[in-house]
Write a protein that binds this ligand. Structure first.
Ligand SMILES: Cc1cc2nc3c(=O)[nH]c(=O)nc-3n(C[C@H](O)[C@H](O)[C@H](O)COP(=O)(O)OP(=O)(O)OC[C@H]3O[C@@H](n4cnc5c(N)ncnc54)[C@H](O)[C@@H]3O)c2cc1C
Length: 475
C-alpha cells in the first residue's frame, strides 16, 4: 500500500508525526511538495522566504535520498497535483501536518474534495505546534481565549505527545514517478540571520537548549546580545519541531520563560483559527475600525528604509533589511513607532514584515501587529503599548552596540548623544562627522507630541464607536 506525504510547513525528518503515521500504515511513502504559485506570488510573497524555502527543500531531498527515498516536486495547486500523483502511485491516503490559517484550511478542503472521486483521503496529523492542536483549548465557558495568561495556564496542562526520532531508512519512491526541477527561488537577504534547512535548525536547537536557554530570562531583551534562540524561521518552515524544542528546554527560569514564548506561538495559532477574519480586519471590531490611519507613503518609506532619525527604530529596520530578522524588542519598538507615533495603518507594517522576514508567519505576524496597534487580542489601553524609542534604547541597548552595528553613520557619535543625536551641538556634529540632516536624518516627528496625538486618535475612535454603537456591535 502506498501513501503520499504532503509536506508543507513540516520540512523535516525528525519528529514528524505525518511521516511516522504514513510509514506505520504503508509500505511505500511518496514525499511531495507542491510549488503553488499562491505561495510564491500571493499576498504573502517574499523573496527572502522563497529562497529559504527553496534551500530547505533541496536539503530535504538530499536527506531523503540518503535514506533511500526522494522528494517529488509538483508545480501547481495541490488540489490538482495531488489527485494526479495519488492516482499514478495508487495511493489511498495523503498525510499532512494540520495548519490553522484560513489559506491552509481552504487548501485542505479543496484537496480533500479533489481526492474524494479517487476514494483517497486527506489525513491530518499534528506537527506544527507544541500541543497537538491549539484550537480546542477553550475557557471554562467553552469559548476561545482572547487573553494570553489564562490560555497559557490551560496550555501548560495540555497533554504532550512523545517526540519521534528520524527514520534511519525510508522506502524508495517508484522510479517512474517524475519530479519537477526545483527552480532557484527568491533571494536571501545580504546577511541572512540563519542558514536554511533542518541540519542548521537542529544544530541551533541543540545549542540553544543545552546552553543559551538557561540564561534566556536574563538575556532575551538585550538587543546586542545573542540572548534569544533565533529559531523562528526554522519553526515557521518546520525545519525543527516546536514540540521537540519544548521537550529539550532546561528546567528553571530560563527554560520556563522560553516555553512561555513558545506558548505565544500556539496562542496566535489559536486566535487565527478562531478568528480567520483577523487577516483582513481588527479583532476588536467596530471600535478600532474607526481609527483614522495615515496613508503617508513618504513617512512609511522613511520607516521601512530606516530613516526616521530615531536610532533604535532605524537600527531595527536596517537589521530586517540586512538579515531578514529583527530582535523581538526592536519589532515592538518599530511597530509602536509606525502605528502609534506615525499613525500609519498597522496593515502596512504587517505587509512589510511579511515581505521581509525569514520567519514571516501569518498567525504570529498578524497577532503581534494587532497587539502592538491595540486592536487585537489581549486588550490594554493604547498608551500602554506605545514605546518611547529613546527610553527603550536606554534600557535594552544601553551601550548603543546594537544601534552602532546597524546604523554605521552613528558610530562616531558619543554615547551621551547616541539616543537623541539631534541634541548634539552643531560643532560636535561637524567634528565627529555626523551632521544631522546630512549624514543622519533629523527626527521625523516629536515623540512626546506624537504620543499625545495617538492617545487622542484612539479616544476619538472610541467616542465615534460609542455614539454609533448598534445592538450586537462587538466594540
Ligand atoms: C510586530 C511584530 C511582528 C512579529 N512577526 C512575527 C512573525 O512573522 N513570525 C514570528 O515567528 N514571530 C513574529 N513576531 C514574534 C517575535 O518577535 C519572534 O517570534 C521572535 O523575535 C523570533 O526570534 P527568536 O526565535 O529568537 O525568539 P525566542 O525569543 O527565542 O522565542 C522562541 C520562539 O517563540 C516564539 N515566539 C517568541 N515570541 C513570540 C511572539 N511574541 N509571538 C509569537 N511567537 C513568539 C517564536 O516561534 C520564537 O522562535 C513578531 C513580533 C512583533 C512585535
Amino acid at each position: 500500500m502506498t501513501a503520499l506525504l504532503w509536506l508543507r510547513r513540516d520540512l523535516r525528518l525528525h519528529d514528524n508525526p505525518a511521516l511516522a503515521a504514513a510509514l506505520e500504515e504503508h509500505d511505500t511513502v511518496v514525499p511531495v511538495f507542491c510549488l503553488d504559485e499562491r505561495l510564491l506570488s500571493g499576498r504573502h510573497r517574499s523573496a527572502p522566504r522563497a529562497a529559504f524555502l527553496s534551500a530547505c527543500l533541496a536539503e530535504l531531498d538530499r536527506d531523503l535520498r540518503a535514506r533511500g527515498s526522494r522528494l517529488v516536486i509538483r508545480t501547481g495547486r495541490p488540489e490538482a497535483e495531488l489527485p494526479r500523483l495519488a492516482e499514478a502511485v495508487d495511493a489511498a491516503e495523503v498525510y499532512a501536518a494540520a495548519d490553522v490559517s484560513p489559506f491552509a484550511r481552504r487548501r485542505d478542503h479543496a484537496t480533500a474534495r479533489a481526492l474524494q472521486p479517487l476514494g483517497a483521503r486527506l489525513r491530518l496529523r499534528p506537527g506544527c505546534f507544541v500541543v497537538d492542536d491549539p484550537t480546542p483549548i477553550l475557557s471554562g465557558a467553552g469559548t476561545p481565549y482572547t487573553v494570553f495568561t489564562p490560555f497559557h495556564r490551560r496550555w501548560l496542562a495540555e497533554p504532550r505527545r512523545v517526540v519521534l526520532g528520524a527514520p534511519a531508512e525510508l522506502p524508495s519512491v517508484p522510479r517512474e514517478i517524475g519530479s519537477d526541477a526545483l527552480p532557484a527561488l527568491g533571494e536571501l537577504p545580504p546577511r541572512p540571520a540563519v542558514a536554511p534547512g533542518e541540519a542548521a535548525g537542529r544544530a541551533r536547537l541543540l545549542e540553544f537548549t543545552s546552553a543559551g536557554a538557561a540564561g534566556y530570562g536574563r538575556a532575551h531583551d538585550a538587543l546586542s546580545e545573542a540572548g534569544t534562540s533565533r529559531l523562528s524561521p526554522y519553526l515557521h518552515f518546520g525545519c525543527i519541531s516546536a514540540r521537540e524544542l519544548e521537550s529539550r528546554l532546561p528546567e528553571g527560569v530560563g527554560g520556563d520563560q522560553a516555553r512561555r514564548q513558545l506558548c505565544w506561538r500556539d496562542f496566535y495559532a489559536h486566535v487565527l483559527r478562531h478568528h480567520p477574519g483577523n487577516v483582513e480586519a481588527e479583532q476588536q471590531g467596530a471600535l478600532r475600525r474607526r481609527i483614522r490611519w495615515s496613508r503617508s507613503q513618504t513617512a512609511f518609506d522613511a520607516w521601512r528604509e530606516g530613516r526616521t532619525g530615531y536610532p533604535l527604530v532605524d537600527a531595527g529596520m536596517r537589521e530586517l533589511a540586512l538579515t531578514g530578522y529583527m530582535h523581538n524588542r526592536a519589532r515592538l519598538v518599530v511597530g509602536s513607532f509606525l502605528v502609534k507615533d506615525m499613525g500609519i495603518d498597522w496593515r502596512w507594517g504587517e505587509r512589510w514584515f511579511m515581505r521581509s522576514l525569514l520567519d514571516g508567519d501569518e498567525a504570529n505576524n498578524n497577532g503581534n501587529w494587532q497587539w502592538i496597534a491595540s486592536v487585537g487580542v489581549d486588550p490594554q489601553p493604547p498608551s500602554r503599548r506605545m514605546f518611547n524609542p529613546t527610553r527603550q534604547m536606554e534600557r535594552f541597548d544601553p551601550d548603543g552596540a546594537y544601534v552602532r552595528r546597524h546604523v554605521p553613520e552613528l558610530r562616531p557619535v558619543p554615547d551621551e548623544y547616541l539616543r537623541e543625536p539631534w541634541t548634539m551641538p552643531e560643532e560636535l556634529q561637524r567634528r565627529v562627522g555626523c551632521v544631522i540632516g546630512r549624514d543622519y536624518p533629523a527626527p521625523i516627528l516629536d515623540h512626546a507630541q506624537a504620543r499625545r496625538e495617538a492617545i487622542a486618535r484612539y479616544a476619538q475612535a472610541r467616542a465615534a464607536a460609542d455614539s454609533a454603537r448598534a445592538p450586537g456591535d462587538d466594540a
